[in-house]
Design a protein around this ligand. Structure first.
Ligand code: FUL
Length: 526
């Protein structure tokens, strides 16, 4: 109950803060790194005045992820490690006054965190290097409030180093969460001074720990009406990241990856990765359009509404952006480890449900598994997340359409319908020019029993499909077994078990020629 209130407060604070940024946007314009605003084929598109809705929708179908966004999207499942002073003082939002003496993990083992993450199928992990309490998990030169003044490893330890090295050894990517809101740092609220402090800390993280795949800027701020007011110089943070770690995506309060809008783990049924670029300063986009990197204007913006990318939302767009969703959720009620929540760790089945409702709804899943006070992931959490992986592996190991005869109502030369059974993203199917509805029929020489479908759009040429359904043949007629709106990078659908030897995928509405990377039917494996 208390936890729920805390989470509610956090969400409220985040929303309040995001609203704050929206109005800030009217005053300031931030020029940052979305790339190549061209009319077709970039991740930012400018809409000239006077375009019809059909023109805009057609252009939306050709907005594509940047290379770094595409790399990130394919990682699908990311681990989050909330660890820090809060772990030792049993708080969710520390106030920055806890004595560094209290940070004393007895057996910190970053290799064990990485082993759990890898066994769970995560491809990247992100560490809370500094949460809102300001306590740094690395010995930052710019503050005394860090591991350097803790008894852990006699002040010689560095959690960021240990985890980044463990990731490198295991072949996982590593990302950093750095809270802009800092309740300890005295310069917080003195805007230019704190901006410099924040950039200094960012520079340490981006230069001393090898490749950084994701930088996660939290929007939360609970200062309240009489609290300190810090005006963040986001643009300067983004520039620094582009300069030092050009491959890294900047998430949440940044231009590459957006917050799905809840911390429940459940994303939208209809999830567009192409949105109106309302949060861009259009004049600045235009001014930078000839540059290769600093070529657009971005301001953090509240994107928590239910409908972000429908035709109605696109109607008045002046620009369009590729801005995909990330779904963050904790395996526990809180983000940090609290021993009294062991019985509340989400079950493997709940995690699978969350996976279907995040990765399976065109989003990346960022699942938090917080290490405990010993500095290890508790066996309760690791059993649950590995249990989830087992169910997913057993379910999705065999595409039951393998070997089917595949016939599409339309296909382009060199891009046959057969390609949807090949997992290789470079080989996809699409229709002939100007054909935007289609069906693909799969005929098997045997009956199969299925209750899950996985569909992937070839998003490297755009996200297009607006409505589809899946049918099974019963005698002479087709019976609808599942339906949906958007697909995007990946869509997973669950439906009652059915046995048949012929199935079809019908694409009933699309913004341009539909293009599919993959289609599979599966049976739940317990
Ligand atoms: C929120 C924070 O306030 C929480 O403590 C947590 O870090 C979560 C991921 O983001 O906004």
């Amino acid at each position: 109950m208390v936890q729920r209130r805390i989470l509610g407060t956090m969400r409220h604070s985040l929303r309040t803060m995001l609203r704050g940024f929206t109005s800030l946007a009217l005053v300031l314009s931030f020029a940052v790194g979305q790339e190549n605003p061209v009319r077709h084929g970039g991740n930012v598109v400018l809409i000239p005045p006077g375009e019809t809705l059909d023109d805009i929708v057609h252009q939306a179908a050709h907005v594509v992820p940047s290379e770094r966004q595409w790399d990130w999207q394919q990682r699908e499942f990311i681990g989050f490690f909330h660890f820090g002073m809060n772990t030792f003082v049993h708080r969710e939002w520390g106030d920055g006054t806890a004595n560094p003496e209290l940070f004393r993990p007895s057996a910190l083992d970053a290799d064990q965190w990485v082993r759990v993450a890898k066994a769970a199928g995560m491809k990247t992990v992100i560490l809370t290097t500094k949460h809102h309490d300001g306590f740094c998990l690395w010995p930052s030169k710019y503050t005394d409030y860090s591991v350097r003044n803790s008894p852990w490893e006699n002040g010689k330890g560095d959690v960021v180093k240990e985890l980044s090295e463990a990731c490198r050894k295991a072949g996982l990517k590593f990302g950093v969460y750095l809270s802009p809101w800092d309740r300890h740092e005295p310069s917080y609220g003195d805007s230019p001074k704190y901006n410099e402090h924040f950039r200094n800390q960012l520079r340490e993280l981006l230069t001393n720990y090898g490749e950084i795949a994701e930088v996660w800027f939290d929007g939360a701020n609970g200062e309240g009406p009489n609290g300190k007011r810090q005006v963040y110089d986001w643009q300067s943070y983004y520039r620094l990241i582009r300069e030092l770690q050009p491959e890294a995506v900047i998430a949440i309060m940044g231009p590459d990856v957006r917050w799905v809008g809840t911390e429940s783990g459940y994303g939208r049924e209809t999830e567009w990765s192409v949105l109106p670029g309302d949060q861009f300063d259009v004049d600045s986009v235009a001014a930078h359009s000839q540059q290769r990197t600093i070529d657009a204007a971005f301001v953090p913006h509240d994107l928590t509404q239910q409908d972000l990318g429908s035709r109605e939302r696109l109607a008045h767009a002046r620009s369009l952006i590729w801005y995909p969703a990330e779904t963050d959720v904790s395996i526990r009620p809180g983000w940090f480890f609290h021993a009294n929540e062991d019985s509340l760790v989400k079950s493997p089945e709940t995690l699978v449900d969350i996976y279907y409702s995040s990765v399976g709804r065109n989003s990346v899943l960022l699942l938090n598994i917080p290490p405990d006070t010993s500095g290890r992931i508790s066996p309760v959490d690791s059993a649950s997340v590995c249990g989830m992986r087992r169910i997913l592996d057993r379910t999705f190991s065999v595409n039951l359409l393998a070997g089917a005869n595949v016939v599409a109502s339309s296909q382009r030369v060199g891009m046959p319908a057969m390609n949807v059974l090949k997992p290789d993203a470079r080989e996809y199917w699409t229709t002939s020019e100007r054909v935007d509805t289609a069906q693909i029929v799969f005929d098997l020489s045997r009956q199969v029993t299925v209750d899950r479908a996985m569909i992937k759009e070839a998003i490297r040429i755009g996200q297009r499909i607006e409505r589809f359904h899946i049918d099974a043949r019963e005698g002479a007629s087709w019976v609808r077994i599942a339906e949906g709106t958007t697909i995007g990078y990946e869509r997973i659908l669950r439906f009652p078990r059915i046995s048949a030897s012929s199935f079809r995928l019908v694409i009933a509405r699309s913004r341009d020629c539909p293009a599919l990377d993959y289609f599979g039917l599966f049976l739940l494996g317990e």
